[in-house]
Design a protein around this ligand. Structure first.
Ligand code: GLC
Ligand code: GLC
Length: 834
């Protein structure tokens, strides 16, 4: 295949990228199938979801990647990325796929366009062009796949087309372990051009899946071994090589769905086929036809009919694009840097939708089996998503709060399908409750809808003990206050934000998980050390606490507000007395009462997590703690690819810290570049008025800025990953764990609310940027509480921060908060910095 490598000479070395941004269409265009890692996209944003790589690998599920897996996928396979929705073409013996994989025949042309909720893969071989558009239409429980085949040659062509999807037997965990049972349960039905997957439908399930095509077929396969051959692979299925389907009927083993069709195209002629991979739920009493065996296909047929012509597909795609126009129109900026615009206006907001939908459940690094929705994770995801669809954010916040316990503790995770707390992992992560205060506050600041505080919300999903959301905030706040250690700092418990600092739960037994282990040593103390304290939770408390105070004041509960404020003040004092190390804040006290994250330590002297929140809540500001801390971060944590989590990395094993030093230096929580908490420092730098540094740190990790080093970075250049190898790692600069990370929400907050400074507050829209001095200014459009604000920032004196004047529709306003007008009109806001 002809592929022009894009290489760049940067920092003395040649680098490479593998595609480009198309900002007009809001697509990332991948120009070679051989990306340094599969580069994926997400289809669907309501109930039916698909993951799709640039070679069409991936899988689908309904609501829950563990409990309702529709198609099968093999994680960590050799070769990588096996399982997907594959179209095979046998053109007179030349067998190929439009997305190159799995056959991997060299193509004459290849392109993959990942857009907002859709992916278009085009391949060309021997004058035959195949373009496949994949998307999940709005309000639809299925994936539409439109295949357009064009004969670009000068003579007629006859070839064979095969589709392929492999069913998962619903529960993804059981599906990849329980073979003694599963090899005998698989069941299908074939009706015309539709293949139905109905394993367990007769007994416990009221849902089935189907795979259809809007044309007559010449054959099909539903049994994997018949189609592929027991000793063949996805790359050389026997039926495809033979050029004919076997009309196999799966009875146990591994059911699949493959349509087979022979096609002849005249020179220049095109043919369009529309496939639908759908999911249907039936009321129990209507599951079957009269014979009590055949599945009731009424709903499936209606779904198929919805997208059985190219016109209907085009309308569905246009509708999807229109909904993204609307979502992305809520906040839109034009800055002097098109990479910033690309992140803010398109990709970061897109990723925020994905993290909102999926929390940390299903990506190419999260198997969809391990975790559902995380209490801390999903609360933080709200911060980047709430402006998009506030109603969905509200529902999510209520779901999350429903997994709390009456004392303010909470389940650490819950399953999206059942919405029940996950008892396997349990609770007692010391930071969890505080994030609820932050998400509820963000919701009120965005919408002005204080009624969320009156919602009756259960504890542990038990409605009989429901209380108002306000009470949930109260128990969250006091969960911290009621669990303090000897220095008056919050107890560390199972872990705080850092899942790998387990100051009570360390174990030296192979296989024991630090996150679920209960150390007998602390049995008498209720399971956790009463000595180990987290400074990170202390500063998170001083950062989030004022929101709770503001809420109480708004409700006229002045006494409660004063009491809460007193706790915050006390915490600040305790931090300065016992957790200020002279140049930065300590990380913790371990169960032996020793300092962690101090100059006195041999390794791990400084940690990133407590610092940003301390600065943003003015802890020790009068003593210059903010400037000293930021200088120390720059000196010790800054690298060319971002800020490492701690320094020096741990090279020895410190059992008293739990999991952290189990990682080699430079990876994950042991001095990796954890992009999530880079955002907290970016916010803190901007807060401290240092727009230059804020922007430097931002541009080191924002994917659009690192596109040109995709060869080092490895993961998708359009989304954040959780971690980049730190300076102590051999693979310094290499990204991992892309897509599902708190970085999406937090860096959206960092760039839009702290650097560009457009920040919803309880009483209006704050406009207070902290930008590079070289910028002449920028413009922003922000829909907010029913009005549209057209904001112009001018920076004639080339400062970083400082609002000299602010006018709304020509009228001067004191301070930097645009008051809510609520008249549904467009308002012009002009801000002059100086
Ligand atoms: C992962 C987790 C998050 C945690 C972080 C640090 O990103 O999803 O919950 O805070 O790791 O351990
Ligand atoms: C969580 C976090 C991850 C951390 C792990 C420790 O899954 O996502 O960052 O390394 O816990 O087991």
């Amino acid at each position: 295949m002809i592929y022009v490598l894009k290489i760049y000479f940067l920092g003395g070395i040649w680098h490479m990228k593998f595609g480009h941004f198309d900002d007009q269409t809001r697509e990332y265009v991948i120009e070679t199938p051989k990306t340094p890692y599969p580069w994926i996209n997400y289809l669907g944003s309501e109930a039916f979801f698909g993951l799709i790589s640039n070679t069409a690998g991936g899988y689908c599920f309904y609501k829950d990647a563990r409990l309702r897996r529709i198609t099968r996928y093999r994680y960590n396979n050799v070769p990588i990325d096996m399982g997907g929705r594959y179209f095979y073409i046998n053109d007179n013996g030349t067998v190929w796929n439009p997305g190159w994989s799995p056959v991997k025949t060299e193509l004459d042309a290849y392109e993959c366009r990942h857009g907002m909720g859709y992916t278009i893969i085009t391949g060309k071989k021997n004058d035959l062009k195949a373009q496949v558009t994949f998307f999940v239409p709005n309000g639809y429980d299925g994936e539409v796949q439109q295949v357009v085949l064009t004969n670009e040659g000068s003579s007629a062509k006859t070839f064979k087309l095969f589709s392929f999807a492999e069913w998962c037997l619903w529960d993804a965990q059981d599906d990849c372990t329980n073979f003694q049972r599963n090899f005998s349960t698989g069941r299908v039905e074939v009706d015309g051009s539709v293949i139905y997957h109905k394993t367990e439908y007769r007994d416990r399930r009221n849902h089935y899946a189907f795979y259809s095509v809007n044309d007559a077929i010449d054959g099909y396969d539903t049994d994997r071994d018949s189609f592929i051959g027991l000793y063949n692979g996805f790359n050389n299925p026997e039926a495809v090589l033979a050029g004919k389907a076997t009309d196999s009927f799966a009875d146990g083993w591994s059911p699949i769905a493959s349509h087979y069709k022979e096609i002849t195209l005249a020179a220049g002629e095109s043919k369009t086929l529309i496939f639908v991979l759908g999911y249907v739920e039936m009321p129990v009493d209507q599951k079957f036809e009269a014979d009590g065996k055949t599945i009731n296909k009424v709903k499936a047929k209606a779904m198929i009919e919805k997208f059985d012509t190219p016109e209907k597909v085009a309308a569905g795609l246009a509708d999807l694009k229109a909904s993204w126009d609307k979502l992305l129109g809520i906040l839109n900026v034009t800055t002097p840097d098109d990479k910033v615009d690309r992140m803010v206006n398109i990709w970061n907001q897109y990723q925020c939708m994905v993290t909102f939908n999926l929390s940390r459940s299903a990506s190419y690094f999260e198997s969809g089996i391990g975790r559902g929705m995380g209490f801390r994770d999903s609360n933080q995801d709200i911060l980047g998503f709430v402006h998009q669809i506030p109603d969905r954010a509200k529902e999510r916040i209520i779901d999350i709060a429903s997994t709390q316990f009456p004392d303010g503790g909470c389940y650490h995770q819950y399953q999206p399908l059942t919405k029940k707390g996950n008892a396997d992992i349990g609770g007692d992560f010391s930071d969890d409750p505080l994030w609820l205060i932050l998400s509820v506050s963000a919701y009120i600041k965005e919408t002005g809808d204080w009624s969320i505080l009156d919602e009756m919300v259960p504890y542990d999903n038990d409605m009989s003990v429901a209380q108002t959301m306000l009470e949930h905030l109260k128990v969250s706040f006091y969960h911290i206050v009621n669990n303090l250690g000897p220095h008056g700092l919050p107890l560390a418990m199972r872990a705080d934000w850092n899942d790998c600092i387990n100051l009570s739960c360390y174990s030296d037994t192979p296989g024991e998980s630090f996150q679920t282990y209960t150390n007998p040593k602390f049995k008498a103390e209720g399971g956790y050390s009463k000595v180990a304290e987290s400074v990170m939770v202390a500063t998170l408390f001083t950062y989030t606490g004022p929101n709770y105070v503001a809420i109480l004041k708004h409700l006229g509960k002045d006494d409660e507000a004063a009491a809460a404020q007193a706790e915050i003040d006390k915490m600040k004092k305790n931090i300065m007395e016992s957790a200020w190390d002279g140049d930065w804040f300590l990380r913790a006290y371990d169960a032996n009462g020793e300092k962690m994250g101090s100059k006195e330590c041999e390794e791990g002297q400084i940690f990133i997590e407590p610092q940003g929140f301390a600065i943003m809540s003015d802890v020790g500001k009068e003593q210059g703690a903010d400037k000293k801390t930021l200088a120390a971060i720059d000196e010790r944590l800054n690298t060319e690819f971002g800020l490492v989590l701690n320094n020096p990395a741990f090279t020895k094993y410190y059992i008293q810290y739990g999991e952290i030093s189990t990682y080699p230096g430079g990876y994950k929580e042991n001095a990796g570049i954890f992009t999530h908490n880079n955002a907290w420092i970016i916010c803190a730098e901007a807060y401290a008025g240092r727009g230059e540094k804020a922007f430097e740190y931002y541009s080191k990790i924002a994917p659009a800025f690192t596109e040109e080093t995709s060869d080092i970075h490895k993961t998708e250049p359009y989304v954040y990953g959780q971690m980049i190898g730190g300076k102590d790692a051999q693979n310094f600069g290499q990204g991992k764990n892309s897509w599902l990370t708190g970085t999406a929400a937090w860096n959206m907050v960092a760039i839009s609310q702290y650097i560009l400074g457009v920040k919803p507050e309880f009483d209006g829209l704050r406009v207070d940027p902290s930008i590079p001095a070289a910028w002449d200014g920028f413009t922003a459009t922000r829909q907010f509480r029913g009005d549209t604000y057209e904001i112009t920032i001018k920076n004639p004196d080339h400062v970083n921060k400082g609002v000299k004047s602010l006018t709304v529709d020509g009228k001067a306003v004191d301070g930097c908060i645009v008051p809510v007008s609520g008249d549904g009109q467009t308002h012009k806001v002009e801000v002059v910095l100086g």
